[in-house]
Design a protein around this ligand. Structure first.
Ligand SMILES: [Ca+2]
Ligand SMILES: [Ca+2]
Length: 204
């Protein structure tokens, strides 16, 4: 047990994750949103053309309680590094949320901290995600699944209706833009269609 006077050093968490909608098919994701200055609240000084979008990283204990969470940006190579203050070393599920992809959680609790060299990799094996078929393979890369525009863990007609109402948007940062290129059109619909009826699986 830690006493009140002990200080925890920040817990480093490293994850690799790829968004289906942004995946170019050749090992990295697009940066269309950043290229068009559409990503809100990016820290200044970031290398241009390296950021795909924001995600939320959560640490979850073995009883499915969220221990910590925070926003971080996702670079095009999918490698995420984040430090959580005031979290003890230990085993936690790692969950990644994105505004219009189904959330994914690690299949098992992961020993943390970890280093970038031993990052938890959601991209190399479908079994890395909690639950059945929670990642989608594209060119041998396992991706988070696009289509949950309202973030309720279901890809269904409500997501479609929102897309229909927002279709033809241009130069926007919008949840119905499933391929995250700043434009809402039939390509986003096609992603929704290919994933309709999928249900996300996390423990919380
Ligand atoms: Ca939904
Ligand atoms: Ca789009």
């Amino acid at each position: 047990m830690l006493s009140a006077t002990d200080e925890l050093s920040p817990l480093d968490v490293n994850v690799i994750v790829i968004l289906e909608g942004a995946f170019t098919g050749i090992g990295e994701m697009s940066t269309n949103l950043q290229d068009n200055d559409l990503i809100p609240n990016l820290p200044v000084g970031l290398n241009n053309s390296s950021v795909t979008d924001w995600i939320v990283l959560r640490l979850i204990d073995e009883d499915c309680n969220i221990v910590a969470s925070g926003n971080t940006f996702l670079r095009k190579d999918g490698k995420v590094s984040m430090s959580f203050p005031d979290v003890e070393e230990g085993k936690y599920y790692i969950q990644v949320d994105h505004r219009n992809h189904l959330a994914v959680m690690s299949a098992e609790p992961v020993s943390l901290p970890n280093s970038s060299g031993s990052a938890y990799d959601f991209t190399s094996n479908i079994e890395s995600a909690f639950g059945k078929e929670q990642l989608k393979e594209k060119n041998s890369v396992f991706c988070m699944i696009a289509g949950d525009c309202d973030g309720n863990n279901l890809i269904n007609a409500v997501d479609y209706k929102g897309w229909f109402a927002n279709n033809a948007g241009n130069n926007v940062y919008n949840a119905y833009d499933l391929d995250v290129n700043g434009i809402i059109n039939v390509l986003d619909y096609n992603l929704w269609y290919s994933n309709r009826s999928r249900v996300g699986r996390t423990c919380n």
